[in-house]
Design a protein around this ligand. Structure first.
Ligand SMILES: Nc1ncnc2c1ncn2[C@@H]1O[C@H](COP(=O)(O)OP(=O)(O)O)[C@@H](O)[C@H]1O
Ligand SMILES: N[C@@H](CCOP(=O)(O)O)C(=O)O
Length: 326
């Protein structure tokens, strides 16, 4: 459930009237998503043409100071030919506005559905789309530090505490301590950097058949190691949902699709096993924190941290490093 804020019909009509998109016909809350409130908006213009948009109201997890970066990035990538939604600017030319103290933005609706059991063809298309984003983002002037980097993982996992981690799984605290030490000692410097999506899970990709029709939810986008984004996407796409089974055909297809647009350098390739361990720790950290800190009556069901502990064990096994070999 991801509608945290209730908006009355009159309020919604007034918000939509701030944009040059016609009159409001319907507004339906969207159940998917966890961070922000989203509505599917239908409008009609003077000619009677129906149009669809997504209205997002940013809740506490999104820092509104970051919105110009996120929203300008969408427009930049869309102008560069990437399948990302454009933002609709209001009558004042602003990409976001405030309602009752909360920021909101209207963005283009893109068709497509999120796949839950991707095929290799779909993984290939996602790899290519990710590479297209990396190339198009190279000319984006904005920068944003990664607020979900190594120090944040350490902080979140520290906040969980050894007892908290042990309540999730008896061996988790030990695994986490080992991994954080290895990542801190060996995290690469000198690899190409740029703007990355940093959360390209299947639920953030819209597809029709084997084609990517939309890359959405850029609210973790930041400036970081480009190949780390490949590692995040690999961790997100190339395992069964519970992390228990690695899916080699998806892995090969994702990397091949990526390299069909942006070949990886030998240095990036050889860093991928470690970057993938980092990616697994990143999602283990937020999931473990949420697992221990989400109130029982919250609207959101926390995601299983162990699904990323299992991926981590896979990536940390030197016998599996060949997965990333050219
Ligand atoms: N531009 C878009 N076009 C079509 N559907 C979208 C678009 N943006 C978001 N959605 C829908 O809204 C849902 C939640 O959006 P998302 O940005 O992932 O929210 P959250 O940040 O809360 O996770 C998506 O799963 C998708 O169904
Ligand atoms: N992809 C993350 C959760 C982030 O939530 P999102 O709805 O903003 O994509 C995970 O699976 O842990």
């Amino acid at each position: 459930m991801a509608v945290y804020t209730r908006l009355g019909a009159e309020e919604m009509a007034a918000i939509i009237a701030s944009f040059d998109v016609g009159t409001l016909v319907s507004a339906k809350g969207i159940a998917e998503g966890v961070s922000n409130s989203n509505w599917l908006i239908e409008t009609q213009n003077a000619q009677g043409d129906a149009r669809r948009f997504i209205l997002t109201m940013y809740e506490t997890r999104t820092d509104t100071a970051d919105l110009p970066f996120f929203l300008d990035l969408l427009d930049h990538l869309a102008a560069g030919g990437c399948p990302v939604p454009r933002t609709i600017h209001d009558h004042d030319g602003a990409s976001h506005r405030f309602h009752d103290g909360k920021a909101l933005a209207l963005i283009e609706f893109l068709p497509g559905v999120s796949v839950s059991e991707p095929t290799p063809q779909q993984a290939r298309a996602v790899g290519a789309a990710l590479a297209q984003v990396h190339l198009a983002a190279a000319s984006f002037p904005g920068t944003r530090a990664n607020s979900m980097g190594l120090s944040a993982w350490e902080q979140l996992l520290g906040d969980c505490g050894a007892d908290g981690l042990a309540s999730i799984h008896p061996e988790l605290a030990g695994i986490v301590a080992r991994e954080l030490a290895a990542l801190k000692a060996r995290w690469p410097s000198g690899l190409p950097r740029g703007v990355i999506h940093a959360d390209l899970f299947p639920d953030n990709v819209l597809m029709l058949g084997d084609s990517v029709t939309g890359l959405i939810d850029f609210y973790f986008a930041c400036t970081d190691i480009t190949a780390y984004d490949v590692a995040v996407t690999h961790a997100a796409w190339c395992f069964s949902a519970d992390g228990a089974r690695f899916l080699p055909a998806l892995s090969a297809a994702l990397l091949e699709g990526y390299e069909s647009v942006r070949p990886l350098s030998p240095e990036e390739r050889s860093a991928l096993p470690l970057l993938a361990r980092g990616a697994a720790v990143r999602f283990l950290a937020t999931r473990a924190y949420d697992w221990l800190n989400t109130p029982d009556d919250a609207l959101v069901t926390p995601k299983d941290p162990m699904a990323f502990a299992r991926r981590l064990e896979f990536y940390a096994d030197p016998g599996n490093a060949g997965v990333f070999a050219a």
